[in-house]
Design a protein around this ligand. Structure first.
Ligand SMILES: Nc1ncnc2c1ncn2[C@@H]1O[C@H](COP(=O)(O)OP(=O)(O)O)[C@@H](O)[C@H]1O
Ligand code: SF4
Ligand SMILES: [Mg+2]
Length: 359
């Protein structure tokens, strides 16, 4: 799904200027190579009665048009908080962003006036949540909920908005969309509801789509269908897609790059194939070893022992050291920076090279 051209294959609304990933009316234009998003040294903390929970501790990544970045990590590693910080939907307080920047098409979302930032949500950056049922309004027909987006943001009249809603429902492969446009959320299966959420998330042609564990609540066959649909839409519209998951298995086929998160940091960032074939960080290695393999039925999984750290009291040195089988004295003392270990490969470990060439 990676692309070297950023605009000529754009599936945007007719009229979109070639070479742009943003929609035609957008005031934002991607940077060189279709650069859309740059997250730099992002920190997020939560001020709680028990103290300050340091949820995000210096996250860096970027995203280009037509690219899928998977953010992977165990529960509690800071994936959703990162997504919420990008979307600007963190409750502040208790959350605070003491440091860092999030630039969209060169403009820092964190310092932008709130009304300007609000207008980026939907038409520029959009998000799909894990739980489609609680994200849809139970008292309105699904078609109405999609059509409402066209009426509100595109100023369409009722019948045009409904026609567009039907077309979008058809695009996300909802069978008999025209007949079901007036049906309510509870009349759809979990997978169909997630398709409706996807339809809503792409209705305004966002340049960046963040999907936060979009298939976790679904059964395995439906998971694959939803992933395929997301991959298709991403390619067709040349969106920058951030795919958040705790499951390495689901992103192998759809991601271009992977950022592996632990304890609010990126521990490894690289091309998806490099990460799968030869990880450079012990945590990634542990995650890979814990994927069930069809040819190893019945064998015990080598899950990573121990638990993620308490964010109120992060371990000294490398945050992963209490669980790491490669840990040495230096790991308890010095915190490793995310650094290049091979061309295009970043890892935050004192022994990345040894892990990479472990043979
Ligand atoms: N409102 C909040 N108050 C305090 N801590 C929070 C809040 N929201 C998230 N956290 C903490 O931030 C950490 C990262 O959470 P999250 O990003 O949701 O993890 P995940 O990787 O599972 O998506 C977790 O330890 C979580 O408990
Ligand atoms: S720095 Fe040390 S403890 Fe941390 S992942 Fe590398 S080897 Fe393990
Ligand atoms: Mg989450």
């Amino acid at each position: 799904m990676s692309t070297t051209t950023t605009g000529s294959t754009s599936g945007k609304t007719p009229g979109a200027a070639p070479g742009t990933a943003t929609h035609p009316e957008s005031e934002y234009k991607p940077g060189p190579d279709g650069l859309l998003l740059e997250v730099e040294d992002l920190h997020v903390e939560f001020h709680t009665d028990d103290g300050v929970a340091r949820a995000i501790n210096g996250v860096n990544f970027d995203l280009r048009a037509g690219e899928t970045l998977a953010i992977l990590g165990e529960s509690g590693s800071g994936k959703s908080v990162t997504a919420q910080a990008i979307m600007g939907i963190l409750d502040m307080p208790p959350a605070k962003i003491p440091q860092g920047s999030i630039r969209y098409c060169g403009q820092d979302l964190l310092t932008m006036p709130e009304d300007k930032r609000r207008r980026t949500r939907g038409p520029e950056i959009s998000m799909i949540f894990q739980d489609a049922l609680s994200s849809l309004n139970p008292v309105f027909p699904v078609g109405w909920q999609i059509a409402e987006m066209f009426r509100k943001h595109r100023g369409m009249n009722k019948s045009d908005a409904q026609e567009n809603a039907i077309r979008l429902m058809e695009r996300v492969q909802i069978p008999a969309a025209r007949q079901r446009v007036k049906a309510f959320p509870h009349q759809f299966s979990g997978g169909m509801r997630q398709r409706i959420m996807i339809a809503m998330s792409i209705a305004l042609d966002p340049a960046v789509l963040i999907a936060d564990e979009p298939t976790t609540a679904l059964d395995v066959t439906v998971q694959a269908q939803i992933m395929n649909l997301l991959a298709e839409l991403q390619e067709e519209r040349q969106m920058g897609l951030i795919l958040i998951t705790h499951d390495l298995g689901v992103v192998a086929d759809v991601a271009d790059r992977i950022a592996v998160m632990y304890s609010g940091r990126i521990m490894e960032r690289a091309d998806v194939h490099d990460v799968y074939s030869n990880p450079a960080h012990p945590y990634t290695l542990g995650l890979l070893e814990s994927i069930p393999r069809l040819d190893q039925k019945g064998q015990e999984l080598a899950a990573i022992g121990g638990l993620p750290p308490n964010l109120l009291r992060l371990p000294s040195g490398c945050e992963f050291h209490p669980r790491c089988r490669f840990a040495q004295d230096i790991c308890r003392r010095d915190r490793p920076e995310l650094a290049e270990v091979a061309p295009g490969r970043l890892s935050a470990c004192h022994f990345s090279k040894e892990v990479l060439h472990r043979g």
